[in-house]
Design a protein around this ligand. Structure first.
Ligand code: S3P
Length: 170
């Protein structure tokens, strides 16, 4: 397998958790984009949104993706909004396999109780549902592999991805 394995999907779809399992299974380093943005800016995501705004966050996120894409093959747990920028979408498709972890807004609410760390979830049920609809179209547009995560354990999701990548390579 050449290139990265990019995990995309809505907040709470399990990108970081599945990414950690997958990186072990595939023997590839794990890059967590949200973690990198926070490390490089010295701020939490909530602080970036509150002090500098979402636009600034998106710039930092795109810069992290550009740097990550140039590194040796890795599993990359992307931020949920990385697909908003068409340049990011092209970069993802050009430099790896894009794996969409599907979830639902309801499941996201069940999984994430701490909305303080996810500023975009603080906008209420309707706002989150609208956000989901816009995002879903973009995730589907660039996905090479789609895996359902509702009702599935992270280990099973990782296993399905390993199999799907194997059958693509085979
Ligand atoms: C965001 C998702 C978050 C984080 C930021 C914005 C989004 O990442 O990047 O709060 O726009 O969907 P996770 O998907 O890892 O929660």
């Amino acid at each position: 397998m050449s290139g990265h394995v990019y995990l995309i999907g809505f907040m709470g779809s399990g990108k970081s958790t599945v990414g950690a399992i997958l990186s072990e299974r595939l023997g590839l380093p794990l890059i967590d984009m949200d973690e990198r943005v926070q490390r490089e800016s010295g701020m939490t995501i909530a602080e970036i949104f509150a002090l500098d705004g979402e636009r600034r966050f998106r710039q930092l996120e795109s810069a992290v993706l550009t740097a990550a894409a140039a590194e040796s093959p890795s599993v990359v747990a992307c931020g949920g909004g990385v697909v908003l920028d068409p340049i990011n979408r092209r970069r993802l498709c050009a430099t790896g396999i894009v794996v969409y972890l599907h979830t639902t807004p309801e499941e996201t609410r069940r999984r994430i109780s701490d909305v303080a760390s996810r500023p975009l979830l603080a906008q209420g049920t309707e706002g989150v549902a609208e956000l989901f609809v816009v995002r879903e179209a973009l995730y589907e547009e660039i996905a090479d592999i789609t895996v359902e995560t509702v009702g599935a354990a992270p280990e099973d999701v990782a296993e399905q991805i390993v199999e799907a990548i194997g059958s693509r390579d085979g």
